[in-house]
Every structure is written in C-alpha cells, then in structure tokens.
Ligand binder design. Structure first.
Ligand SMILES: [Zn+2]
Length: 135
C-alpha cells in the first residue's frame, strides 16, 4: 500500500516528533547552522506548514548529521515501532488510555501504561490528547 503524500508528510513529522531529543542532540553537535535548520523545521511543523519541501529539507538535514535517511524511509534507524500499527493496543489492555497528537500535525498514537506519565508531543511541546474512540 502506497501512502498518500499527506500521509508521508505526517509520517515524517511523527518520526521527528518521536525522536526529536536525539535529533536535537545531533544537530547541536553539528553546529549552529544544523541547530537552526532543525529549529526552523520544528517550528514549521508545529505551525502545520510541513509539506513535501519540508520533508526534503528534513531528509537532507538528517543526512548531513549522519543519520541515514535512506534507512529512515523504510524504518527510522533508532525507533523500531515507528510505522503503521498501534503499539500496545493489541495486548489486551483496554483500560489504557490512547493518545494522539493534540494538533493532529503528526500521526503519533501512544498508549499510557498504568501509572505512566502522559506522552508528550515534542513538536508542539504539549501533552498528547486522549483519543476517545477511533473506531
Ligand atoms: Zn506530535
């Protein structure tokens, strides 16, 4: 199944959201221009302005930081559960709350383990929102 361009963009936003702390570390180590390029990308995503050009810039930035973007197309190099499924939703724990991106800018879906903290969206810097029912 080929994802639509909009899905591809949301997927990349999701990947960046999920691993922003690590990418930010790499960008900081990569110097001022990398750090400000990343900051601009995050700002654009938070404002809902991620588009095909945004994805291209992100891929180039990652490549420049030594993060293999070619691999990221098939699966993020450092997250093993990035694409598609809803990790944790099939493990028979209906009591767990489900969370989605508060501004729907990325396609993250998370569950909160009992007693765990509410997952946060790194892009918008806010807690994910409870998703009432996505059937
Ligand atoms: Zn997010």
């Amino acid at each position: 199944m080929t994802p639509s361009p909009a899905e591809t963009i949301r997927h990349w936003v999701e990947l960046l959201c999920r691993d922003l702390a690590l990418v930010r570390d790499r960008a900081a180590a990569g110097g001022q221009s990398s750090a400000s390029a990343l900051a601009a990308l995050v700002e654009a995503a938070a404002a809902g302005r991620a588009d095909a050009a945004w994805v291209t810039e992100l891929v180039e930035l990652l490549r420049g930081l030594g993060i293999p973007a070619a691999q990221a197309h098939r699966g993020w190099p450092f997250s093993d559960r990035a694409v598609g499924g809803l990790p944790g939703l099939d493990d028979g724990s209906p009591a767990m709350d489900r969370y989605v991106c508060p501004q729907q800018i990325c396609s993250r879906r998370e569950v909160r383990r009992p007693g765990g903290s509410v997952p946060r969206c790194a892009i918008v810097g806010a807690s994910l929102a409870v998703h009432e029912d996505d059937r």
